[in-house]
Design a binder for this molecule. Structure first.
Ligand SMILES: Nc1nc2c(ncn2[C@@H]2O[C@H](COP(=O)(O)OP(=O)(O)OP(=O)(O)O)[C@@H](O)[C@H]2O)c(=O)[nH]1
Ligand SMILES: [Mg+2]
Length: 395
């Protein structure tokens, strides 16, 4: 990679050493993840209803296998995913009757204990799953759902393993859902039953179905404070992640413009670094990338941003000055506009790195996040953004 010389920028950058920036990164990353908090979901339904499969489909991870399980009450295990922002109460092998009574009693205790505690220990939503092909919804199940609702939990009713064609569910599954809706259960958000299929069936050709709807309904019933964690944890709706990230970048741009409001000497681009470190950390958390990889990311991030000058920063400033109005005049000073544009470019490029990481499966992703490829991709995206910005192709 070649880095263009800095126009008149041979001046020094205030010294932010790599270890300093790295330490800053590690700290801001863990703050960003802590701020997300934890989204807690409780999942109920008879054995084989598809609880584990549905959780996997929405969150892209086998919480039961990769998380730490802790039996919280008879019949109920709490899995806190090691990434920290997802917790699942799984009623494994749950059947109604006395087992159901024991679970309700245990849940009541959990709900009572967590009342008034911080939001990330509370249960934010409950999914009650019924396999559509059972075509039966028993009195005991109905009773159980009413008791969950009486505990104050928002209950979303889900029919699972529903076949569909051309976006339409099997008519009998629809009928079954309507039957349940007719029982007048206190279902959230609107008394409706959500029809889903969590696994594509290659033999019958039945596609995955209804996951977006289930996720949308879940957003509607949870407290606002749990939304950021859900957005990070889920893998169905990348659009929601992007929206959260766009807001983070905009905030950082405003801060950067503030730093540049009194134009700062070009050589002091490093003044923008702390804000960029915060931004990159928050972007990483919003996408739900693993905090367990934060050390590797901190190393890469600090390499990229040290002095705002070494690579990315210097490259970005150099190219930006060429096309930002007033940039060339500034020549040796970073104005509010330049500071904002620079920060935005860095944020967008990092967002693309994260999105790329999300397309990889877990082992490949972990490997990628710990590799020099992160900085290579980041710089490539930064260059692309700037080329698009100038409207010119390769020089
Ligand atoms: N095609 C298809 N198969 C599913 C779906 N959900 C579950 N299955 C299958 O049904 C079986 C049971 O699913 P699980 O997700 O293990 O059910 P569970 O509710 O977690 O069961 P327990 O843990 O025993 O309570 C598995 O063989 C799944 O592959 C689905 O949406 N579509
Ligand atoms: Mg299971």
């Amino acid at each position: 990679m070649t880095v263009e010389p800095t126009p008149g920028g041979e001046g020094r950058v205030p010294d932010l050493s790599r270890p300093q920036v790295e330490g800053m990164f590690e700290q801001r990353l863990s703050e960003a993840f802590l701020t997300l908090g934890c989204f807690n979901l409780a999942v109920f339904g008879k054995t084989g209803a598809g609880k584990s499969t549905l959780v996997n489909a929405i969150f892209g991870r086998d919480v039961a296998q990769t998380g730490m399980g802790r039996p919280v009450t008879k019949g109920l295990v709490y899995y806190r995913h090691h990434d920290g922002f997802l917790g699942v109460y799984d009623s494994e092998g749950f059947e109604t009757g006395t087992a159901g009574d024991a679970i309700v009693a245990g849940l009541r205790r959990i709900v009572d204990e967590n009342r008034g505690q911080s939001f990330d220990t509370q249960i934010h939503a409950a999914w009650y799953l019924v396999r559509w092909s059972d075509r039966r919804f028993e009195g005991a199940q109905e009773q159980f759902v009413r008791e969950l609702a009486a505990l104050g939990l928002p209950v979303i009713m889900v029919l699972t393993q529903v076949p569909s064609r051309d976006g339409e569910p099997h008519p009998e599954a629809r009928e079954f859902a309507q039957y349940i809706e007719g029982l007048g259960l206190p279902l959230k958000p609107n008394g409706r039953v959500v029809l889903t299929n969590a696994l594509a069936d290659e033999f019958t050709g039945h596609p995955v179905f209804g996951l977006q709807e289930l996720l949308d309904d879940t957003y509607l019933v949870i407290p606002e404070a749990a939304e950021a964690a859900l957005t990070a944890a889920q893998v169905v709706d990348v659009g929601r992640k992007k929206k959260a990230v766009a807001a983070i970048i905009n905030q950082a741009v405003v801060v950067a413009a503030g730093v540049g409001a009194t134009p700062i000497p070009f050589a002091d681009a490093a003044l923008l670094v702390p804000n960029q470190v915060t931004m990159i950390s928050r972007i990483t958390a919003a996408y739900g990338l693993p905090p367990s990889r934060s050390r590797a990311l901190a190393t890469t991030g600090s390499l990229l941003l040290t002095g705002g000058a070494t690579m990315a920063g210097r490259y970005a400033v150099t190219s930006l000055l060429k096309f930002i109005p007033g940039g060339a005049v500034a020549g040796s000073a970073i104005s509010a506009t330049v500071a904002g544009a620079l920060t935005k470019a860095v944020g967008m490029a990092w967002a693309r790195v994260c999105e790329y990481a999300l397309t990889l499966d877990t082992p490949a992703r972990d490997q990628f996040l710990a590799s020099p490829e992160v900085s290579e991709k980041f710089l490539a995206f930064l260059k692309e953004a700037q080329r698009a910005g100038t409207g010119s192709r390769r020089r």
